[in-house]
Write a protein that binds this ligand. Sequence first.
Ligand code: ZN
Length: 323
Amino acid sequence: MGLKNKIMAAALGLITLFGPTINIHSKQETIEQKVEYKTEITLEQNKAQARDYNLEGRLTVLGFDLLINGLKSGIGAKYNGDDFWPAFGKGILSGAVVYAGKEIASFNEFPFLGATGKLVHDLGVSMSDNVMLSKPILSRYVTDFGPLEVHFEKGKDTKIYVHISPIVSIIKNFADKNKFELKETIYNFTPVFSFEVPLEIQQKGEFIGGYASQNIMTYCRNCQTDNFDLSSKSHEMNHVLFFSEFRFIDDLMPKKSEMVEKMLFLHPLAPLADYIRIGPMLAQGIFILPKLFSEKAYWYSPQELEAYTMQRPQYKNSHPFYR
Ligand SMILES: [Zn+2]
């Protein structure tokens, strides 16, 4: 087993173990902040002010979605020997669909809007992934549900792949005695769990209304004050969608069975390796790295900036940008 493979195996092992345990929290608020905005202005004024700031935030998310999907498609197509600009244009169109999916899913306080948004978002992601791979833009549709990723492709058999990290998240939710929410799972087309009272982080007076680990969502079911439960569900749904945007990493990786074949202990598993997907897990591992150095990094990580911007309802004090 070469050094490169050893390092890769160690890195993947660490991310598998610790990735899902380091959760992405939503809407932390100190008690002082809560008291402050309650006494200074009414909740309605607070929401109205947040909306003013929020429009700019939403336009920024839209801009990034257009640009990132344009670049992903353009660069991929160029690498495959096609022209950059036509693919870039198709990528921008895909980015608009991606953003539309996020907007729809943010209204997941209403039944099935979470699921509809997720499927529309999957359409946008599938479109730009197809262009990146120089396939016809609508030739393949990919969606995921918990650990399963399903590929529907024109003229080919339907394929099912497995993600390990959502399995770890589901086990962790059961171990934490969280309740499996069947109705919310169907409404959002992603596994949903809930806990009973706001979680306090390390007795710091900050509370968590929910967390998402990969595409598994957990929220506080008895946090109706100020619609904390709704904004948490909407926030975590955005993290669930973020997961899908890194499926393309697996498309770009070399054949996993060939990599695993060279590994000393793992080589009997080589035939299974091609059914395992790791892109979103790698992405989450990379995005949580800055948090290991500073707690403040939480607020400015791309996935939190997006989730705090897209969540509904929106409050002025939910994020440093909306104060
Ligand atoms: Zn979050």
